[in-house]
Each structure stands twice: as structure tokens, then as C-alpha cells.
Design a binder for this molecule. Structure first.
Ligand code: GDP
Ligand code: IMO
Ligand code: MG
Length: 428
């Protein structure tokens, strides 16, 4: 079997927690897109682990793969490995493999990310400034330096020289300089540390599938940040939907898949862009504090709003999601009333999806259905029957409106704070 974790909103839905929870039952965990713009937090008792590039299965000592669809900042990876080793997590070429055809993020990409944001002015995306977009641009521009290039001095020197030549005019305009010789030296040093992980991982994965092993694909970001289907241009530069698994890892099995949509019980977004159900009021502030909605990567305050059925339904449809994991239900505890957005209206026209047009995305008005809150704590509950009646009603309404089973409900950051409503884990 293979399992996929997809964020159905704008990221930070709690994917890391759920990957870790499921990882006890799988053999291998694979990242297939994005880069160190991701921030996946796992809490185990008093210890917190923050992962940016490494698949979350590393915490349970599982075999982990960084697939070719990822853009890899080699220095960030080395730092992350050092940091996790200090937290007593074992990482070696026995449990970590990186696709040899992975494209690298270089210091030049971070500089260009900054410049791009400056040039966008008021229409800035609010990127993580990790160089993600510029690195993907070089990938499709066929200029990238790939992991395998680090093993060949001549190829590496040639590629660095043409990459620096390509970007120089713009960098010079901004008084920034990248020296090819210096970049070569830096890459040669880091090469020694990361080449041992380099592998034709597509082969390894397809062999595992033949042996009927359980493989878990860990999505980063969320469906509304997808370069094609998200709130373009306020998106990330990769496909975050499930279709990317195959191109981003070389995995070939299209059957036996369970695709889990990780969905927050409300909505959050970091960075700029449309957000129809955003709450710029006391309830929004309350959700930020109660949910500790501060970005893992950039520490920015996350924008908060009500649950949006339209958005999640769209994500379910595009990614073929067949199970929903509803997270952070506990954050809604003690509210007087809770709203669900069940559609949008713009100039007498109703929409049951988010139209692609930017003007509509910014200006549609949510149509709300109001539910009574529950005045009790659900924090840490792991039994469906123990939930307050109004919490059950809220979850059941979401399930009905999404027309997709909510198999798992999360009520806290820890592994044990999980309601496995349909015995999902037992059936793996
Ligand atoms: P990811 O990017 O999707 O992996 O999510 P993040 O890790 O960026 O953000 C989710 C945050 O919520 C993390 O700090 C988690 O520890 C925490 N979290 C996950 N599930 C729950 C939950 O059910 N309740 C609460 N209160 N916190 C949760
Ligand atoms: P996880 O995996 C939330 C957002 C950024 C910005 C936009 C583009 O933790 O859910 P980028 O640096 O990718 O070019 O920025 O995407 N963004 C995320 N928001 N969670 C993430 O990852 C994100 N990764 C990128 O804030 O708005
Ligand atoms: Mg995150």
C-alpha cells in the first residue's frame, strides 16, 4: 500500500504530526516537492522536532527519501542534520537517501528571491526567502546544478560558470555579486557531506513497491499554494497536489493508494494573497494565540479565519483525497459560535469553488452557516465518544458537506492526542 499526506488548505495543517503518527506502520517516508520552505513540527512528550527538508519519518528512525521533485539547499540540509543529531536522532546513509537528480538551491537563489520580492512591491507574495521560486525557475530553465553534478569537477565548473553568467546582469544592477570560483569552493566542501546520500531513489522505491512495502509520501505546503491550482500568483513554485508524487519521486504504482487530506478545523495562511474567510477581529486574534499560529520557518503570525468548505472540497477533488484528517479541533474549544463557509457570492452569482480569477479570489463574499460552540475542553481527547455533542455535530457537518470521510481527528500536538475514529492505524 502507499499513503499520501496532502495539506488541503494553505499549509501548516499539522502534516508533520500525522506523518509521524502514521510512520509507526510504514517502511519508508518520501518528500516529493518543495524545499526548506516547509516547517513540520512534531511533539513527543517534552521534545519538539522541527523539520524543513528531512521527511518526518526520520524521528521514528524510518528510511527516508528526498525525491527529485524537491529543491535542495545543501547547507540547510547539513545544518538540519546537525541540529537533529543533537536531539539524538540518528541520521546516516542507512536511513537517508537523496535522489541523485535533485536540483540544488544555491546562495544566488536566495538573493534573487529577495530581489523578486522587492520588485513586486505592494504585490509581494511574502515568500519564505529560502530561494525556492528562483531554484525551480532554474530547473525548468535547464540551468540547475543537480546533486549528481557535485561528483564531477568539470561539469560542476562549467555549470556554475554558465549559471553565474546568466544571473549576473540582474545581480549587478542590484549591486550584488556572486563569484563563480567562490561558489565552486563552497560546493566542493558541502559535496563531501551530502554525496554519500545520493542514490537513484526511483529504483529503490519501485523495488519496495514490488515487495508490497508500505510507503508514505509526505506533502509539503498545501493545495491552495499549488503552482497550478492555488491562489496564483500568491503560491509556492511547486505542485503540492498528489499528482506530483509520481514526477517528484519516480514512483510508478497508481493503485493501492490512500490519500489523506490534512485539514485544520479552521483556516490559516502565512504570507500575502486572497483569503475569503479571514477574520480581522478578536476571534482571529484568539485563534492565533490559542492555536499558537506562528510560522515555523519565518516566525510570522499566521492569518486565521473560519473553515472554508469550498477550498477543501476543491483540494479533495484535485488530489483524489479519500480520507480527511481534521486537526486542531481543540483550538475551537470555548467559542460561543463557530462558522462554516459553505459557498461564495459575488454580484449575485454564487460559487461552489474558488474561481481562478484574481479579482474574484480577493472579492468573493463567504456565505456562512453558524453552529453553536462547545464550552468544554477537547484537548488531548482520543476517544470519539468523549467529544462534546456540539463538537461531534461540527465534525459531522464538515464531513457531510465535504462528502468525504473524516477518519481521524486531532486534539493536540502529541501522538496520543489523536482520535482514530475508523481504526485507520489498525488497518495498515
Ligand atoms: P505542518 O506544516 O502541516 O506540518 O504543520 P506545522 O507543524 O507547521 O503547524 C502545526 C502546529 O500545530 C504544530 O506546532 C503542531 O505541533 C501543532 N498541532 C498539530 N496538531 C495539533 C492539534 O490537533 N491541536 C493542537 N493544539 N496543535 C496541533
Ligand atoms: P508547510 O509544509 C505555509 C508560503 C509562503 C508564501 C508562499 C510562497 O509547513 O505547510 P515560497 O517561499 O514557497 O516561495 O513562498 O508560500 N509557504 C508556506 N505557508 N506552510 C508552508 O509549508 C509554506 N511553504 C511556503 O509563506 O506565502
Ligand atoms: Mg508548517
Amino acid at each position: 500500500m502507499f499513503y499520501t499526506i496532502i495539506g488541503t488548505q494553505w499549509g501548516d495543517e499539522g502534516k508533520g504530526k500525522i506523518v509521524d503518527w502514521l510512520a509507526s506502520k510504514v517502511d519508508t517516508v518520501v518528500r516529493f516537492q518543495g524545499g526548506n520552505n516547509a516547517g513540520h513540527t512534531i511533539q513527543i512528550n517534552e521534545s519538539k522536532y522541527k523539520l524543513n527538508l528531512l521527511p518526518s519519518g526520520i524521528i521514528r528512525g524510518k528510511k527516508c527519501i528526498i525525491g527529485n521533485g524537491v529543491v535542495l539547499d545543501p547547507w540547510a540540509l547539513v545544518d538540519e542534520i546537525v541540529k537533529l543529531k543533537k536531539q539524538n536522532i540518528e541520521i546516516s546513509d542507512h536511513n537517508l537517501m537523496i535522489a541523485e537528480n535533485t536540483c540544488l538551491i544555491l546562495p544566488i537563489h536566495k538573493i534573487i528571491d529577495e530581489i523578486n520580492e522587492i520588485e513586486r512591491g505592494n504585490a509581494g507574495i511574502g515568500t519564505t526567502k529560502k530561494g525556492i521560486g528562483p531554484a525551480y525557475e532554474d530547473k525548468v530553465g535547464r540551468r540547475s546544478i543537480r546533486l549528481c553534478d557535485l561528483a564531477n569537477e568539470d561539469i560542476l565548473k562549467r555549470k556554475i560558470s554558465s549559471l553565474v553568467k546568466f544571473h549576473s546582469p540582474r545581480l549587478t544592477f542590484y549591486n550584488k555579486k556572486v563569484d563563480a570560483e567562490d561558489l565552486y569552493k563552497q560546493l566542493s566542501l558541502v559535496a563531501k557531506k551530502i554525496l554519500p546520500y545520493s542514490y537513484p531513489t526511483w529504483q529503490y522505491l519501485n523495488k519496495l513497491a514490488k515487495k508490497n512495502k508500505n510507503i508514505l509520501f509526505e506533502g509539503a505546503q498545501g493545495a491552495l499554494l499549488d503552482i497550478d491550482f492555488g491562489t496564483y500568483p500568491y503560491v509556492t513554485s511547486s505542485n503540492t497536489s498528489s499528482g506530483q508524487i509520481f514526477a517528484g519521486s519516480g514512483f510508478n504504482t497508481r493503485t493501492n493508494n490512500k490519500i489523506l487530506g490534512i485539514t485544520k478545523a479552521y483556516t490559516t495562511r502565512v504570507g500575502s494573497g486572497p483569503f475569503p474567510t479571514e477574520l480581522n477581529d478578536q476571534i482571529g486574534d484568539h485563534l492565533v494565540e490559542k492555536g499558537q499560529e506562528y510560522g515555523t520557518v519565518t516566525k510570522r503570525k499566521r492569518r486565521c479565519g473560519w473553515f472554508d468548505i469550498n477550498l477543501v472540497k476543491q483540494s479533495i477533488n484535485i488530489s483524489g483525497i479519500n480520507n480527511i484528517v481534521l486537526t486542531k479541533l481543540d483550538v475551537l474549544d470555548h467559542l460561543n459560535e463557530i462558522k462554516l463557509c459553505i459557498g461564495y457570492q459575488f454580484e449575485n452569482i454564487q460559487y461552489s469553488y474558488l474561481p481562478a480569477n484574481e479579482n474574484l479570489q480577493f472579492n468573493v463574499k463567504p456565505i456562512y452557516k453558524t453552529y453553536p460552540g462547545w464550552k468544554e475542553s477537547t484537548f488531548g481527547l482520543n476517544n470519539w465518544d468523549d467529544l462534546p455533542l456540539n463538537a461531534k455535530k461540527y465534525v459531522n457537518s464538515i464531513e457531510e458537506l465535504l462528502e468525504t470521510e473524516i477518519s481521524i481527528v486531532s486534539t493536540g500536538p502529541e501522538r496520543s492526542q489523536t482520535i482514530d475514529r475508523k481504526k485507520f492505524l489498525d488497518n495498515i
